[in-house]
Design a protein around this ligand. Structure first.
Ligand code: NCD
Ligand code: ZN
Length: 344
């Protein structure tokens, strides 16, 4: 196969940041996607509908001329999110979800939830209004090993949440484990998951063998090979429960190559090409369209895109660095050769 034409995909989880960074991240997001679910972990976080509306305007100001890409906004769940806040979201045309971060789990999550029980009023209102809950599914307890955080979250919290709020749509974001893939596969129609390109392409050996490679460091952290294989099986299955969410999360080169480097991989410079690489390696290029373009909108109850994109087999080398606003980042797969290229 030399070309591949699929329905234009969407990105159901990404970080655009704010200010100057938007001059890089918005055009990159609009490059192959039609819609993006925009993470709210700014400083301060996007906790109210009004803040989301203002952030959306700043994003749209950077949209390249002629682009139809749309930011779908997300509100950051806190201990104090009220039923009124949820009512404001329900009446918005462009806010599509609420994001749960456990306090302290990852980049800019200090305002996250300290105890899930404190959010039950908000979750009940979301269940009634049909607003999806996006979960950063990790525990942050000091006694839990960082490689076990996702599996323990499922046991300690997700099982109970599903029982308490069976009508609430939930997306277990950026799953990284066999346990995550199996739990979602066995769940009902209100449970789905996103998978990133880095978790399909790499495992922890890529990050740690032969030297510590900070550009592979993201959260949830890359796991061992058996988990990577389980994620590949999930992404290439036709269950409709797994879909594309890059978790593209830019940090400057300096903040990554640091004694205490930030978590996050930047992938929106080549998002669909990276996924194509992973699907081809799995012998499942024919499954890319469902994962990238169909199952996400189906889960969110939004229409599938009408337009298409075409990828061509045309090996190219990813740049070593790229701009991030006025600064510099190191993109995922920097310096590596990818087999597929988006045709403009
Ligand atoms: C994300 C970021 O940098 O905002 N980092 C990451 O490693 N994925 C936050 C997140 O999604 O956990
Ligand atoms: Zn993220």
């Amino acid at each position: 196969m030399q070309t591949l034409t699929i329905t234009r995909p969407d990105d159901w989880h990404l970080h655009l940041r704010d200010g100057e960074a938007l001059t890089t991240t918005v055009p990159d997001a609009a490059r192959c996607f039609n819609r993006g679910i925009i993470m709210p972990n700014l400083v301060p976080p996007v906790v109210k509908a009004e803040q989301a509306a203002e952030y959306r305007e700043r994003i749209l100001a950077q949209l390249p001329a002629g682009s139809e890409w749309q930011p779908l906004m997300v509100i950051y769940l806190t201990d104090n999110t009220s039923a009124d806040d949820i009512a404001d979201i329900a009446s918005s045309d462009f806010i599509k979800a609420v994001k749960y971060y456990p306090a302290g789990a990852t980049t800019n999550s200090d305002s996250g939830v300290t105890d899930l029980a404190k959010t039950y009023t908000a979750l009940e209102a979301m269940e009634k209004a049909g607003i999806p809950l996006l979960l950063h599914g990790e525990v942050t307890d000091a006694d839990i090993d960082i490689f076990d955080r996702e599996a323990v979250f499922i046991d300690r919290h997700l099982v109970g949440l599903r029982q308490r709020f069976p009508g609430l749509k939930m997306v277990l974001e950026h799953i990284t484990t066999r346990q995550g893939a199996e739990f979602v596969a066995q769940g009902d129609v209100n449970l789905a998951a996103t998978i990133t390109p880095q978790h399909l392409l790499y495992n922890r050996n890529h990050m740690l063998v032969g030297g510590i490679r900070p550009h592979y460091y993201c959260l949830p952290i890359l796991k061992r090979d058996v988990h990577q294989q389980a994620l590949i099986r999930a992404a290439t299955s036709d269950s409709g429960k797994f879909f594309l969410g890059t978790d593209s999360a830019p940090h400057t080169k300096n903040n990554k190559e640091n004694a205490c480097g930030c978590a996050g991989c930047y992938s929106n410079h080549a998002a669909i090409e990276l996924y194509a690489e992973a699907f081809e390696q799995a012998g499942a290029l024919d499954k890319l369209e469902g994962f990238a373009s169909h199952y996400g909108p189906d889960f969110y109850g939004l229409p599938r895109n009408q337009s298409t994109i075409t990828l061509a087999r045309d090996p190219w080398q990813v740049a070593d660095t790229a701009p991030l606003g006025n600064d510099t980042l190191v993109p995922l797969a920097a310096g590596q050769t990818l087999q597929w290229k988006l045709q403009s």
